[in-house]
Design a protein around this ligand. Sequence first.
Ligand code: K2U
Ligand code: ZN
Length: 168
Amino acid sequence: MAKLPILHFPDPRLRTKAKPVNTVDDSIRQLIKDMFETMYDAPGIGLAATQVNHHIRLVVMDITEDKSQPLVFINPKVTPLTEDKAPYEEGCLSVPTVYDMVDRPTRVRVEALNELGEAFSLEADGLLAVCIQHELDHLDGKLFVDYLSSLKRQRIKSKLQKLQKQQA
Ligand code: K2U
Ligand code: ZN
């Protein structure tokens, strides 16, 4: 297993549109293991392959306190199940130290392949629904800061570029 480096905003590679996974093989399963190790270590409750510079349609998730419910979504498709939206204070491992409110549909259906390449679907609400939508945005090169005002996004960009310079 290996911890993978996480790309940080405003790295342009975070804007890459991920490609579908054609074959769910052992190399994909090794990446899944590495992504879970990286996510749990961060710590986070979700991680998209885009964030670790692998531009394929794969996300991992575990919203439990005791790391007891790991979820893998390969080539996921999300469908809102309601027009109702609710705000949630989101953060992102690719946008460290920044948290802000984002409105998203409160219930979704997600259809995907699991780590064996088997098709499944699930319906989600609450934090799982938020996390699914947040991660699937990553696969399309979208970040939660894109839902904020351009002024807020510019201030975040300047703050993180200053932080990155100090850490270099
Ligand atoms: O960077 C990521 O994609 C992981 C995200 C997943 C997430 C974002 C917003 C809302 C829910 C999940 C987080 O950084 S993981 C850290 C975290 C943990 C609990 C609640 C919110 C954020
Ligand atoms: Zn994120």
